[in-house]
Design a protein around this ligand. Structure first.
Ligand code: ZN
Length: 272
């Protein structure tokens, strides 16, 4: 059995981007470890969720612990940096934020956490952190360095740009055909996914993990992040069929073994 580390930036990233794969690996008997760099201080809390005097980072720490339990992770640790917020915001200058951390120091924190583990594989983000968030980019840099120093294989979790564009296009067509206006959320998704820095092209992706058999658990783990996921968000309201279409597969890259043109997407994250 393998030991697999999922290294994430904020509470909820684990469920949204790798929740299904974590659940499948735990189910198969592998040791799944979750390391989260920050406690998500800069997230926007859903209105009315926090108790009086309750700090967002405390709530989000509890949420990610619950999520890890649902997904079958046996150990969860924090690097305890501060959430850097979005790239253009002042919070990226905070001295304790992950974006400002010296790489060596962050690698040391990760090494200390993992010193007692025999890690077979570490999962980090692609070089642009999926969509450019500074903490996600930092996870890529720190995780890459740690993997090199410890001679551990790595995978990048990414967004399948082509698949997301297809779903967005389809939704836009259906909406306009029904004579309805495009809502803000959809317009934003279209804008974001049309950028070439968003995720990766399918031809550059090596692994597609079918997580439909554990999709109920992935969804439960997402919903546990109630401070971020409002009850009327599409993560909660989407019908099962549509949910499966949007979240039934998770996408990874083996940067050391690119996929040839003839080769189909690999289905086992542990195999090259
Ligand atoms: Zn994040």
């Amino acid at each position: 059995m393998a030991t697999v580390v999922f290294f994430h930036a904020h509470p909820d990233d684990e469920a949204l981007s790798t929740g299904g794969t974590m659940a499948l690996m735990a189910e198969a008997g592998h040791r799944v470890i979750l390391v989260v760099a920050t406690r998500g201080e800069e997230g926007k809390p859903v209105e009315g969720v926090l108790e009086e005097g309750e700090e967002l980072e405390d709530r989000r720490s509890l949420e990610v612990e619950k999520s890890a339990e649902i997904l079958g992770a046996t150990r969860i640790e924090f690097l305890n940096y501060r959430d850097s917020g979005m790239i253009e915001s002042d919070t990226t200058n905070h001295p304790n934020c992950f974006w400002q951390a010296a790489k060596e120091e962050a690698v040391n924190r990760l090494s200390n956490i993992l010193s007692t583990e025999e890690v077979d594989l570490i999962v980090i983000y692609d070089p642009n952190g999926g969509y450019g968030h500074p903490d996600h980019i930092q996870v890529h840099r720190v995780g890459t360095q740690w993997a090199q120093e410890n001679n551990v294989r790595l995978r990048w979790v990414t967004l399948n740009r082509d698949a997301i564009r297809k779903v967005v296009e389809q939704t836009i067509n259906e909406t306009t055909e029904a004579g309805k206006e495009l809502d803000e959320d959809l317009t934003k998704r279209e804008e974001r996914s049309s950028e070439d820095s968003f995720g990766m092209a399918e031809k550059d992706i090596t692994h597609a993990i079918d997580v439909t058999s554990v999709l109920d658990r992935k969804r439960a783990a997402v919903v546990v992040h109630a401070s971020q996921i409002a009850p009327d968000s599409f993560f909660v309201t989407l019908g099962n069929d549509q949910y499966e279409k949007a979240f039934g597969r998770e996408w990874f890259v083996d940067p050391d073994a690119p996929r040839t043109r003839e080769e189909s997407l690999r289905s086992d994250l542990l195999l090259n």
